[in-house]
Design a protein around this ligand. Structure first.
Ligand SMILES: [Zn+2]
Length: 399
């Protein structure tokens, strides 16, 4: 393809909204606008990636630092929109909201009788734990939702020291929204003082840790009152007992017990397919130097950046055209910089765009029927016979 056909516009300066080097180079090289919209050169790069990843396993041969599990593959990036939990030791990686972790059960205790206590103004776990002088893990936290599909009231219990993961809950019961006051009242619950004891028509979901936690303080479903010593399943039953709590930094890896760390990332692939724009960004973050992108073979928009340096005695453009046509017929992908520009401008653009090979048709070498061939990642180039280039059958002969 010709440089002018793609209407490539390179930029001298990094955009001032660039938060990563990879993004800055994608904008400067003309793959993206600074508003992150794909330009024709970016589209070309994406279609090449789509071609490459017809064999999905090739993603793992691009030498990107990936975090992966059987459903999703992530690339770590400070500006990423996904928070992942990661285990250094066994490499367990998962979206934080879905990450599993080892939960610590409290020491076993004998079940004590229920006791209703006056707890004025204690409508949060913090105020309740303070008022009764009990640790938060000895309380039961109540959360109330409505299932969107059928309006079912859903009541969730997690231990007071833990947070609900709405993502895990959604995976179990379907799409949900916070319950409104009317649904709470209809089920027989009292906001701020709620528990599953004595509710009607509620789908009760308890975290897997609840059956292993004894004598918890829970709401009495009456304003101003709580119940001490609630026990599952003695005092209430649940339709679902499952992992519905959110992991945090330092929680223990479900596989090996090592503390989990968290980091921001972008998602490159999931069960629903590849996110090619994110893969392009991951490549740009990984493969660049101070001059621009330096993309690996078959992940670059083109294998070859072909350019001519306008000459005085030799028609270098014509010679470059000949090389362009020969390479195209051999099935090699070429970006032909056919502009009437100074060598320096073209060299800079070649470095910015980052094709693995640059071929330069200049007057001096052409006098000897030679052209310059330079690898993007090499310091200097070599002079080779034009004839050798014209007879290339595959890019692997020079890469
Ligand atoms: Zn682990």
């Amino acid at each position: 393809m010709k440089y002018t056909d793609l209407q490539i516009q390179t930029q001298r300066e990094a955009p001032n909204n660039a938060r990563t080097e990879g993004f800055a180079f994608l904008v400067r090289a003309g793959f993206l606008t600074r508003e992150n919209e794909m330009l024709p050169l970016g589209q070309q790069a994406i279609s090449r990636l789509q071609d490459l990843l017809k064999d999905p396993s090739l993603l793992f041969q691009l030498s990107l630092p990936l975090f992966t599990n059987e459903h999703e593959t992530f690339f770590p990036l400070p500006t990423g929109d996904v928070e992942i939990a990661h285990c250094e030791s066994c490499k367990y990686s998962e979206r934080l909201e879905l990450a599993q972790f080892k939960k610590k059960a409290l020491p076993r205790e004998d079940e004590l009788p229920l006791e209703k206590v006056l707890t004025p103004d204690c409508n949060t776990i913090e105020s309740l734990a303070n008022f009764l002088s009990v640790p938060k893990e000895k309380t039961a936290k109540a959360l109330m939702y409505t299932r969107v599909s059928d309006g079912q009231f859903v009541f969730i219990v997690v231990r007071g020291d833990m947070q609900l993961s709405e993502a895990k809950l959604r995976n179990i019961v379907g799409e949900i929204k916070l319950a409104d006051a009317e649904s709470v009242r209809r089920a027989g619950a009292e906001a701020g003082f709620a528990s599953p004891i004595g509710l009607t028509n509620a789908l009760i979901v308890v975290d897997e840790l609840i059956p292993r936690s004894h004598n918890l303080v829970a709401g009495a479903n009456e304003a101003g009152y709580h119940l001490k010593n609630t026990n599952y399943p003695r005092d209430y039953s649940a339709e679902i007992v499952a992992d519905v709590t959110q992991a945090k930094v330092g929680d223990l890896c479900v596989n090996c017990g090592n503390p989990l760390s968290t980091l921001p990332a972008i998602s490159l692939a999931s069960d629903s397919g590849f996110q090619f724009d994110n893969i392009l960004l991951a490549l740009a973050e990984t493969y660049h130097d101070e001059k621009g992108l330096a993309l690996p073979k078959s992940a670059a928009p083109f294998d070859v950046y072909l350019m001519h340096v306008p000459g005085k005695t030799i028609n270098t453009l014509e010679k470059a055209e000949e090389i362009y046509n020969a390479l195209q017929s051999a099935g090699i992908s070429v970006l032909f910089d056919n502009r009437d520009e100074r060598a320096g401008v073209k060299f800079n653009d070649a470095d910015l765009i980052g094709c693995p090979i640059r071929i330069t048709a200049g007057e001096k070498a052409l006098k000897d029927e030679m052209v310059e061939l330079k690898l993007r990642t090499a310091a200097g180039g070599n002079i080779v016979l034009v004839e050798k280039i014209l007879n290339l059958k595959d890019i692997s002969e020079i890469l």
